[in-house]
Design a protein around this ligand. Structure first.
Ligand code: ADP
Ligand code: MG
Length: 243
């Protein structure tokens, strides 16, 4: 399988707080990887380092064979290949739904308005939000906002989608509609890295589960290996608390 992103010996500190310690991780084309672990274990920091919202303190991030932390690498270009979905949606509240899904394509990918709108509509339809193109985010429920955020990320035609607890800020009755969209994307062969506390979902969609604790990957493997037959004491402890 072609590795899209490979992370080697990644380190990240905030001041003298070492948050990621020698993380080695990769994702291959079409793979769905769920990242689990207690709050504070470094999951968000890992995602944020992958898309360079945080700059790593050490290690390498290799994208399609190139170390993107090399000084001469075009970081802006690299970031266009990653789509990110945040817990708090991060929609542009002053723009309507359609414009939310269009501005990035125009500004970053230099697409024409027509092309960007066509592409936005395609993905808004996929997430079931094409009826709401003129709505402002404030008029939408949390589940609807998150589906728009997913469409916005997809509209950039990324190679990898990163999700950071996309359902954690939602009322319980809206979790299902967002997971349903993500399940569909997983089935369609999208490459996805998902931080989640939804264990049932993780078990169903993941090709691989990665368990992090205190800034290191403790254990990874198939859902069965990690969630049903964990090897490590720390994984067992975490699952006991979570399930
Ligand atoms: P998780 O997503 O697994 O809950 P995080 O990656 O958000 O964990 O955080 C890991 C640790 O890094 C926590 O102790 C958190 O307080 C710390 N941390 C995260 N971001 C920052 C930051 N910008 N400045 C200082 N400390 C941070
Ligand atoms: Mg987090």
């Amino acid at each position: 399988m072609e590795k899209i992103i490979e992370i080697q010996h990644l380190k990240k500190s905030f001041g003298n707080h070492e948050v990621l310690r020698d993380v080695n991780f990769s994702v291959s084309k079409g793979e769905v990887v769920c990242l689990i672990g207690s709050s504070g274990s470094g999951k968000s920091t890992l995602l944020r380092c992958i898309n360079l919202l945080e700059s790593p303190s050490g290690g390498e991030i290799i994208y399609k064979g190139q170390n993107i932390l090399n000084e001469n690498h075009d970081v802006k270009q690299y970031r266009t290949h990653l789509g990110m979905v945040f817990q708090q949606f991060n929609l542009f509240n002053n723009h309507n739904v359609l414009k939310n899904c269009v501005v990035g394509q125009q500004k970053v990918l230099k697409r024409s308005k027509e092309e960007a709108e066509r592409n936005a509509l395609k993905y808004l339809e996929i997430v079931g939000m094409d009826k709401y193109i003129n709505a402002k985010p404030s008029q939408l429920s949390g589940g609807q906002k998150q589906r728009v955020a997913i469409a916005r990320a997809l509209a950039m035609d990324p190679d990898v989608m990163l999700f950071d607890e996309p359902t954690s800020a939602l009322d319980p009755e809206m979790v299902g509609e967002v997971l349903k969209v993500m399940r569909m994307l997983a089935d369609q062969g999208n490459t996805m890295i998902i931080v989640t506390h939804e264990m049932e979902f993780a078990k169903e969609v993941s090709d691989r589960i990665v368990f992090m604790d205190k800034g290191v990957i403790v254990e990874e493997g198939s859902p069965d290996q990690v969630l049903v037959n964990p090897k490590h004491e720390r994984t067992k402890e975490f699952l006991k608390r979570t399930l």
